[in-house]
Design a protein around this ligand. Structure first.
Ligand code: PRP
Length: 235
């Protein structure tokens, strides 16, 4: 190849002056996270981040920290791939993806819920296909679901949905679902009931392991701000 037209090598050295990117999830976690964000000093109104705009990246009160607002499931992917150095996501997402590049130093103790198995009202854990070695399950958690049922000797055939899986049993797409349950009102409204809890979930502060090595001071300082904000909450 002609060296004269080689593209310039891409530098892998991090820009130490660039703002850290903090990835935050939309929806219920962001609502619960609002007061914590206010106590970190990053936002005046933490629950209203990005309201009234289609922009996805925002400055914070600290010029060294910008926020990107993404889907809950994508927070881990943004952090694992280094697009964001730090983020907040549910333990459910960490369990599902199990990214080796992510370190989760802090349980924020917010967004508490559980990953559960739910079935149509009137059926129990041992009805239908559940007692056999094969079960069709609608879920947005294929890895967690497969692992859970495999440990019980059941081959879970996954119907992979990204939402509204509560519809799947009544539409004969699956016998059961595996989904997040908080108040239980979505299950109730759709004729389902919770029969087994697979895992309890809270939100975690997560960090890209490489970024922690290349920008340790900035990232550790931000982790400490979150830690202090949580302690203020308890005090
Ligand atoms: C979750 C989950 C259920 C619902 C459960 O969805 O998938 O649908 O919340 O909450 P409840 O027990 O309080 O009724 P979420 O609202 O987070 O939206 P999603 O479908 O985008 O995941």
């Amino acid at each position: 190849m002609n060296a004269a037209i080689d593209p310039a090598p891409i530098s892998s050295a991090p820009d130490q002056d660039a703002p850290l990117i903090l990835a935050l999830p939309k929806g219920r976690i962001l609502k619960a996270l609002g007061p914590v964000l206010e106590r970190t000093g990053l936002f005046r109104d933490g629950s209203a981040i990005g309201e009234g705009t289609r922009s996805l990246r925002f400055p914070t009160l600290d010029p060294q920290v910008d926020v990107v607002r993404v889907r809950s499931f994508d927070v881990a992917t943004f952090v694992a791939h280094g697009g964001a150095q730090i983020g907040v996501c549910g333990a459910d997402v960490l369990m599902e993806f199990d990214y080796p590049d992510i370190y989760a130093p802090l349980d924020l103790g917010i967004g508490g819920c559980r990953i559960s198995i739910a079935r149509p009202v009137g059926t129990g854990a041992h009805d239908n296909q559940a007692a056999s070695s094969h079960l069709r399950v609608a879920t947005k958690y294929p890895t967690i679901t497969r692992r859970h049922f495999a440990a019980k000797g059941v081959n879970a055939e996954i119907v992979h949905l990204h939402g509204a899986m509560e519809l799947a049993p009544t539409l004969d797409m699956a016998s059961v679902i595996v989904d997040l349950v908080d108040t239980g009102s979505t299950l109730k409204a759709n004729g389902l009931h919770e029969t087994d809890v697979i895992a309890h979930v809270t939100s975690r502060l997560i960090v890209n392991r490489v970024a922690l090595k290349t920008r340790p001071d900035a990232i550790r300082a931000l982790i400490e701000r979150f830690r202090d904000a949580l302690q203020e909450n308890v005090a």
